[in-house]
Design a protein around this ligand. Structure first.
Ligand code: FAD
Length: 501
């Protein structure tokens, strides 16, 4: 088959959240999509703490919101941090931002073996052809253009598959990304190492925060403590480069020693035992995971997820960046395959928006690693990174760490923005109406943000009413840029008209 008659419109390499999302969102538009995955699912992966933007925004576009609810994952209201110069833990809730109001103000803590399986099965259901146990060996190019992949299938034979576009969503360890050209730039700032395992019988935070991620800083770095079920907890130490001698030698002893040095984690694990068999039985190490590619695409070839970039585990941005990048890539592919706009225009928009979201997290996280500050100054830093417009410091922080800072309606769940803001009014009013203490320790933080959030929401609703449409997505994020179509799944070069057509 030649390039005028390719086997598929799109071949996606890798079946993690990035790959399954882009494959499904393109197949749902009627295009022929093949996804090739090296492993047989379910397979282990780290990255268990999710953001509302993934669960509600991407989940709704994929049509899996109800399935995720039925899966019974631990509900994450926000995060609890022993961090910075405040000796006491502090808590934030996603509900503190009007962008995540009502039933979109939570996320999940997931066992990735189950979560990734749901996304891959959903891709199959909407028409993606999936080959498991089929590693891609290399991409095929003709001139500057990628025209397909060379793949070894589960019967051991290697064959060439031709496609109009190839998406590399093969994660951190694969080498396929190098074929985009340019270098992978490793961070000078984030040079940590992670050492992690699983425990049964760990304690839980008091309600309503029992599903929160707990992050606890200590001398050598910080710990994550993620409840994956009533019984199972994911526990990992992120160790600074100057403390790497703490993790040499026996991993079991190293993890136990680090836990003893972090009183909050040691307390929570006082009655727990480490899981020593099955997929959770291993103590794993990850390093060299903070990088960004110099290029995100070349003709016929697009990088998504860890293939393109990853920053750091704190604030759980990995799956968000992977699925948001997948959405941006899917919009581009759907627009190009429909012949509506040129490849360089679409993929420049993909890359610009993807880099903007990466940069927001990156710049905020650099400041967050300064342990001499308190939470008020972290919130202020978030507002600064977002440009300081409108929202309070706390609301800016929650908007950013919930994955909603791009301002994209597609990422914040069902209904119009005006509807959600109405729900926000109600939710904030309800919370303030409750007796002190009922909401846990974050009630005061929320109360402080309330007045500004409500007035901002009110203004927004009035503006929406005057404009008669989706005011957020009429303005490109850069001069001459594209805007998402009304369904969120294509690009449009013109601003949508007020009747939504
Ligand atoms: P992956 O999930 O890695 O999927 C890639 C897939 O491609 C795999 O299934 C792989 O088998 C397949 N593949 C590889 N090579 C080939 C090939 N040649 N051919 C075919 N298939 C191939 N993120 C969060 O959101 N929350 C967290 O709490 C979090 N914690 C983290 C902690 C640590 C220590 C680290 C290092 C990362 C963490 N992350 C977290 C990041 C998260 O793990 C990743 O960002 C996320 O898994 C990326 O998804 P992906 O779809 O790009 O890639």
């Amino acid at each position: 088959r030649d390039q005028d008659h390719p086997d598929y419109d799109v071949v996606v390499v890798g079946g993690g959240p990035g790959g399954s999302t882009v494959a499904a969102l393109v197949a749902m538009q009627g295009h022929r999509v093949l996804l090739v995955e090296k492993e047989r699912f379910p397979r282990y992966q780290i990255g268990e703490s999710l953001l509302p933007a993934t669960v509600h925004g991407i989940g709704r576009l994929l049509g899996i919101t109800d399935e995720l609810t039925r899966a019974g994952f631990v509900v994450k209201r926000g995060g609890t941090f022993r961090w910075g110069n405040n000796p006491d833990p502090w808590t934030f809730s996603f509900a503190a931002s009007a962008r995540f109001a009502g039933d979109t103000s939570t996320a999940y803590q997931v066992e990735r073996m189950r979560f990734d399986q749901i996304l891959l099965d959903n891709a199959r259901r909407v028409g993606v052809e999936v080959w498991e146990e089929s590693p891609v060996i290399d991409v095929i190019d003709e001139g500057d253009r990628v025209v397909g992949v060379s793949v070894t299938t589960d019967d051991g034979t290697t064959r060439d598959v031709r496609a109009r576009y190839v998406v590399d969503a093969s994660g951190n360890k694969s080498r396929i990304h190098s074929r985009v050209g340019g270098r992978r730039r490793y961070s000078e700032f984030f040079r940590n190492l992670a050492l992690f395992g699983y425990f049964e019988g760990g304690r839980r935070l008091p309600p309503p925060n029992q599903g929160n991620i707990l992050a606890a800083a200590f001398d050598a770095g910080w710990f994550w403590y993620i409840p994956l079920s009533d019984e199972l907890t994911s526990v990992g130490a992120v160790v600074r480069p100057d403390a790497l001698d703490r993790v040499r030698g026996d991993r079991e002893a190293a993890l136990a020693g680090l836990i003893q040095d972090c009183p909050l984690i040691a307390e929570n694990l006082a009655d727990a035992r480490r899981v020593t068999s099955g997929p959770y039985g291993e103590i794993r190490v990850r390093k060299d995971y903070s990088y960004i590619q110099e290029r995100f695409w070349r003709p016929g070839f697009v990088l998504v997820g860890d293939a393109a970039c990853f920053i750091d585990p704190v604030f759980s941005s990995g799956v968000h960046l992977a699925t948001y990048g997948a959405l941006l890539a899917a919009r581009s592919l759907n627009t190009m395959l429909a012949g509506r706009l040129d490849e360089d225009v679409c993929l420049a928009e993909f890359e610009a928006r993807y880099r903007m979201e990466y940069t927001r997290f990156h710049d905020f996280l650099v400041g967050f690693y300064d342990m001499h500050q308190d939470e008020a100054s972290y919130f202020w830093k978030a507002r600064k990174v977002l440009g300081g417009a409108g929202a309070s410091d706390l609301e800016s922080f929650v908007e950013l760490v919930g994955g909603g800072a791009s301002g994209e309606d597609a990422l914040v769940g069902a209904g119009s923005y005006a509807d959600r803001n109405q729900a926000a009014f109600q939710e904030l009013a309800d919370i303030v109406g409750r007796p002190v203490g009922q909401e846990g320790e974050d009630r005061d933080l929320l109360g402080a943000a309330l007045v500004k959030a409500v007035s901002r929401s009110g203004l927004h609703i009035q503006f929406q009413a005057a404009a008669g449409g989706n005011a957020d997505e009429r303005t490109p994020v850069r001069a001459g840029g594209l805007v998402p179509s009304a369904d969120g799944l294509h690009w449009s070069s013109r601003q949508p008209s007020t009747d939504g057509s």
